[in-house]
Design a protein around this ligand. Sequence first.
Ligand code: NAD
Length: 509
Amino acid sequence: MRSLRPFTYLGDYINGTFTIPKEKSETFESLNPGNLKDTLGTFYASFSHVCLATEAAKQAFPKWRALSQEERALYLKKFYKEIETHLDQMAELIARETGKPLWEALQETQGLLGKITITLEEGTKLISEKEVPNAQPKLMGRYRYKPKGVMLVLGPFNFPAHLPHGHIVPALFTGNTVVFKPSEQTPAVGQFMAELIHRAQFPPGVFNLVQGEKEIGRRLCIEPGVDGILFTGSYDVGLKIKESTLSHFWKTIVLEMGGKNASIILDDASLEKALYENIKGAYLTTGQRCSATSRLILTEKIADSFLKEFHRLSKELKIGYAFEETPNIPFMGPLISQTSMEKYLRFQGIAQREGAEILMRGKALELTPSGYYVSPSIALLSPKKDSSTYLETEIFGPNVAVTIVKNLDEAIEEANKTDYGLVVSVFTKDKKAYEKVFQGTKTGLVNWNRSTVGGSSKLPFGGQGKSGNHFPTALFAPFYCTYPVACLEDAEDSIQETIPPGLSLDGKN
Ligand code: NAD
């Protein structure tokens, strides 16, 4: 097995310098959930750094905003080069802190490069200046996009580089400055992103990093100097952010939250493809994806054959340590923490108590090395049940709830039995059925013969209901990082319109 690089804690990154907090308001460990031995060290948070970082970002904003898009793009291209040079090192840290297999961590780092390219190429088009002749009679109109100011980026643990990066890159490109707080479960990845930005020589204060747990996050949100909060995380925390900023009406609050995503498999679906896509959807990243397939809705004819094979494949999945080599490379790693594992196991009992038939019970696995490993789980539900804690909760583990229905109409009704609204998939040869699912559901993403996981940076990505608050990210991120300014432009000295009655400029009235 490969030997892992040493990691040195450098502190917060404020105004172009790494600074270890003198006053240590919070202390937390970064532990590899896949072996429970490999620690990336102790990290500290300082309440006083909240204000220092925000102030640094505020001071840097006017000069950064004044640069042209081309000038800012040059910095982002340098950042691209740094990521490209350090892909392997970044992937290693992601795998160590999240426990996800190294191959998957490498995919995450590749996505960082794609995000920069797409933002520079497509983002520019989305927010380019538009001339509007005759905006009023014979008057030129124009709308132009301006950056909002200091953007606070709050990251989740499951894609600790890709998801914050998805906010940071468009925010910087459009002329905002940034304060980033990574998840307390993945602080080393957060620090490494700051190191790469430092190497790319961004002007001091344009990007800042503050480590910390939820209290630091809360304090950052209510910092008056913050103009926008770009959050990716759970619904519960999204709600807390809304509550804590109720009187901060000037802040843009972008909430990318959880999901309880359904995949509908109709009788005419290709069995092999539906199996492959839905195994991926349910279990990639050990089910710890906002877009994970946590509900399978099967029509009667295909249900038995699909379930039999789905169960078999679920039992055969290779689960293990991120750095295992051929032939032991795992499909999925551990859950992120003891708390997550306990929640996952608790929900096995909740599903059963609520009347579900447990087709495969999720158990804690004793592997070598030991970690928060669990086996997948499948529960068969009765479609008649109207309310269910099991069905309404994002479990964030490798669990699927299966419902068998008679037809597409019932399937759509089942799919809509959730307050979340991130992704829905349908597997069918019939394009009209896909269209019906598109029309009949309320989610931000609808996939046809593709699993619920695996969004594209070239498309918008955001949810409805408890999944998001109408600010989709990915391709559309430049919109929430800017505001449009409408301009009426008159280059003539003379008055260009009829003067209204009752007003005389030469006093002859
Ligand atoms: P989380 O909500 O627990 O934490 C996210 C971030 O918020 C962390 O940095 C945390 O420190 C911070 N935080 C916690 N309390 C806070 C508070 N009161 N004020 C401000 N910040 C606070 O999420 P997690 O467990 O790290 O990630 C998993 C969740 O993220 C799941 O619900 C998943 O569905 C969701 N997610 C959504 C998307 C999406 O694009 N919609 C993508 C990935 C993950």
